[in-house]
Ligand binder design. Structure first.
Ligand code: FMN
Length: 174
């Protein structure tokens, strides 16, 4: 079954319960391929992706994410990292504090949408202690962890639990 883009966008929900089945390597590679094709300022691509399957490391990340233990229950976690100085070399503070975060956010969203299209569940996790995440992954100093994305097959039917403010409430036609 192929889904059109609006179906994928609306089907994506945050999944916090996963089956233990591993995510096949071919699917992992498709998620990473989706990530690297995200739009990014000046095509600088200020990002690195850590693909974590080791259980001790997944547990470490769950603890670093303010003990959000559901993270460790996913068989795979992708940690999206920004390279602020790579952006800063081209764009100064705007690159360091804005573009590299926007670029990595776009990459993270691509991962979420690709995962949805592939029948996988994800959750964007942003609440974490950066230094602790750094320790779990032994990250070099020039990388800043931006998003932790647990990935796996959803344990339950993925039905939407959240609503949105309407287009009328948030859009302005000028
Ligand atoms: C920047 C960001 C940070 C988030 N951090 C967390 C988090 O730490 N833990 C969590 O369970 N969900 C987190 N979420 C997921 C949101 O709670 C979720 O996207 C929102 O409630 C809307 O629900 P939906 O994703 O099912 O549409 C985060 C999402 C974003 C975009």
């Amino acid at each position: 079954m192929t889904l059109d883009i609006m179906q994928v966008i609306k089907k994506r929900v945050s999944v916090r319960r996963f089956r233990p089945d591993p995510v096949p390597r071919e699917l992992i590679m498709q998620l990473l391929e989706a990530a690297i094709w995200a739009p990014n300022a000046g095509n600088i691509q200020p990002w690195q992706f850590y693909v974590v399957t080791r259980e001790d490391c997944r547990r470490c990340l769950a603890t670093a994410a303010l003990r959000q233990e559901f993270i460790a229950s996913a068989p795979l976690t992708i940690v999206v990292c920004a390279e602020p100085e790579r952006s800063a070399r081209h764009y100064g503070d705007r690159g360091r504090y804005l573009y590299c975060l926007q670029d990595t956010a776009a990459a993270a969203q691509n991962i979420l949408l690709a995962a949805t299209a592939l029948g996988l569940g994800t959750c964007w996790v942003g609440a974490f202690d950066e230094e602790q995440v750094r320790g779990c992954l032994n990250l070099p100093a020039h990388l800043r962890p931006v998003a932790i994305i647990p990935v796996g097959y959803p344990a339950d039917e993925t039905t939407r639990r959240t609503q949105r403010r309407s287009v009328e409430q948030v859009c302005h036609f000028v």
